[in-house]
Design a protein around this ligand. Structure first.
Ligand SMILES: Cc1cc2nc3c(=O)[nH]c(=O)nc-3n(C[C@H](O)[C@H](O)[C@H](O)COP(=O)(O)O)c2cc1C
Length: 241
């Protein structure tokens, strides 16, 4: 092991922060790390909105849930897929393809994970906020996002005021497959993992519940997943050709 692997393997989302600020130098390093990520076709098809206005923060916290840590974190960054910049440079550019949506989402996630890891390496913590996609049209209005720019997710960053237990991940054998996708789900491994997650939820120090991973998946995927997203994307110029 080394320090980098140790850092990656010690990840947990942080949702409680002290009021201490992140220094300008720390923030600059975090943003440099974000921009250092690889970029599909070197399109650099992302923008980050740093939300410093407290009213705006509170509005976003409300829209995202409410999720109060969006307002409380030292920093809140909104990662966007952005083809507006390209269209200003090349107005006749062909945009709106599904592939470009994938590029914007993939590259945005790579940037954000670099940012979070950089923050964690500085002793900070954070949590992603997909909740901003609950009301994407309102987020577009609040942040003044032009057509061809969409909010992907937010990232709260700050000084941790909690050290939650780490959430166990699926066994590697259920996730990593050699050469071919397996014909059958390994139900024995799944049962072990369900027990492990049930124990985790029962024993963790806050927000205890009785739930297996399978029952969590059933609950989450038993509901519609933001069915308005297609219309929203179309209206922002991601026509999904
Ligand atoms: C793109 C993305 C969006 C997320 N959105 C939220 C969110 O809106 N609110 C929240 O509390 N956690 C959010 N999370 C955090 C996950 O709930 C968390 O990563 C997962 O439960 C695993 O826990 P861990 O990060 O502590 O290991 C999000 C994570 C990702 C990757």
């Amino acid at each position: 092991m080394n320090q980098t692997i140790d850092l990656i393997l010690s990840h947990r989302s942080i949702r409680q922060f002290t009021p201490a600020p992140i220094t300008a130098q720390q923030l600059d390093l975090i943003l440099q790390a974000a921009q250092a990520a690889a970029s599909s076709s070197f399109l650099q098809a992302n923008s980050i909105i740093r939300v410093t206005d407290t009213t705006l923060r509170q509005q976003l916290a409300q829209l995202a849930g409410p999720q109060p840590y969006v307002a409380q974190a030292a920093e809140f960054l909104v990662f966007c897929a952005d083809f507006h910049r390209h269209l200003q440079i090349v107005p006749q550019a062909h945009t709106g393809f599904v592939e470009q949506l994938m590029i914007g989402a993939i590259d945005g996630a790579l940037m954000a994970q670099n940012a979070l890891l950089a923050a964690q390496s500085l002793g900070l913590g954070g949590v992603y906020i997909g909740g901003i996609r609950n009301h994407p049209r309102d987020v577009v209005t609040l942040l003044g996002l032009p057509k061809h720019v969409i909010p992907l997710f937010g990232l709260c960053l700050g000084h941790p005021e909690q050290l939650p237990e780490q959430k166990p991940r699926l066994p590697q054998a259920m996730v990593v497959h050699e050469n071919r996708y397996p014909e059958q789900l390994d139900r024995e491994l799944l049962a072990d993992y369900d027990r492990q997650i049930q124990n985790y939820y029962e024993a963790r120090s806050s927000n205890n519940k009785v739930q297996t991973w399978s029952s969590q998946i059933e609950a989450t995927l038993g509901k519609e997943a933001r069915p308005f997203m297609d219309a929203f994307l179309q209206s922002q110029g991601f026509n999904l050709k």
